[in-house]
Design a protein around this ligand. Structure first.
Ligand SMILES: *[C@@H]1O[C@H](CO)[C@@H](O)[C@H](O)[C@H]1NC(C)=O
Ligand SMILES: *[C@@H]1O[C@H](CO)[C@@H](O)[C@H](O)[C@H]1NC(C)=O
Ligand SMILES: *[C@@H]1O[C@H](CO)[C@@H](O)[C@H](O)[C@H]1NC(C)=O
Ligand SMILES: *[C@@H]1O[C@H](CO)[C@@H](O)[C@H](O)[C@H]1NC(C)=O
Length: 266
């Protein structure tokens, strides 16, 4: 009799515990704001908020930045929490901030940061290219939102069809490839214009100089080789000069010496 009661008691307390656990998780959600995406300018500060919903009891919250936990102050964890992201940089672009229940991280809500930044595009550059050797000029255009790029030569839009150009652009660089550089057609000042719906137009100037094609034949080394051979011959001649002169002299100019030499030898 006593034993039965004890067993029943155990079952009942077990049931109560289970229903408590169910109650704890069932229906509880967290919600961040802004939802899904937070858009802000480079250098600005953004506040993200998070709130527990459908819960009678206090819940402890935590934030993560991508996969790393963020340190939160004491009074900023229960039921609701605010995260201040200061001085936004390019590195914060596309970073995911997640707010979650500390006791069950699968109860969570996330927001992705979208940092608005212009391309780093300014100043001038000098580029030298050889006639007929394929070359390119380029502009860094990494930006959010993405920019539209156009090219001018001496202030006039380049004619992509007529003048031997190929365009290349991805999210970080724009290139104008000149398939066969020609002084008349391609020397001059090019402008790349990055047009942004947020930041307006930004430009970079590129001064292109087209020079004669250097010979494919290695003329330089060849000349150096010839000089070395000539010098060696000259040195050899110089060092033997007195002997050569003597023989020459004796053979053709002074038969007497020739005779004397002859007699000496004999
Ligand atoms: C903001 O970030 C930039 C670049 O990282 C830095 O030069 C500047 O000092 C920062 N400003 C503040 C107030 O933290
Ligand atoms: C955590 O929450 C999820 C979603 O509400 C739930 O399916 C899961 O059972 C919970 N895990 C624990 C250990 O409570
Ligand atoms: C480009 O060349 C010009 C003239 O040759 C020179 O004055 C200028 O400093 C150069 N600019 C750069 C960025 O090299
Ligand atoms: C920006 O550049 C585009 C393309 O070259 C041009 O059509 C537009 O007029 C420019 N806008 C400004 C404000 O200069």
């Amino acid at each position: 009799m006593v034993a039965t009661t004890a067993a029943q008691m155990k079952r009942v307390s077990c049931l109560i515990l289970l229903s408590c656990l169910c109650h704890l998780t069932a229906g509880v959600t967290v919600q961040v704001s802004p939802q899904e995406e937070a858009v802000a300018h480079l250098g600005s500060t953004v506040t993200l908020s998070c709130e527990v919903q459908n819960s009678d009891s206090e819940e402890e919250l935590q934030w993560s930045r991508n996969s790393g936990l963020v340190d939160l102050q004491e009074g900023n964890r229960l039921s609701q929490s605010h995260l201040c992201v200061q001085n936004l940089t390019r590195d914060d672009h596309q970073v995911k901030f997640t707010c979650q229940l500390k006791r069950n991280v699968s109860v969570s809500s996330s927001v992705k940061m979208s940092v608005l930044y212009p391309p780093i595009l300014s100043g001038e550059e000098n580029v030298t290219m050889e006639e007929t050797r394929e070359s390119e000029i380029s502009c860094p255009v990494q930006a959010n939102p993405q920019v539209t790029v156009s090219w001018l030569r001496n202030g006039v839009a380049v004619d992509l069809l007529k003048e031997g150009y190929t365009l290349y652009q991805d999210s970080s660089v724009a290139k104008l490839i000149i398939t066969k550089p020609d002084r008349e057609q391609h020397q001059g000042t090019f402008t790349c214009i990055a047009e942004s719906s947020v930041f307006g137009n930004m430009t970079k100037l590129i001064h292109v100089k087209v020079v004669d094609k250097t010979m494919a034949f290695p003329l330089g080394p060849l000349i150096a080789g010839c000089v070395v051979i000539l010098c060696t011959v000259l040195l050899a001649v110089l060092s033997k000069w007195s002997q050569i002169a003597k023989v020459f002299y004796s053979l053709f100019i002074d038969p007497q010496i020739n005779l004397r030499l002859y007699s000496l030898v004999v």
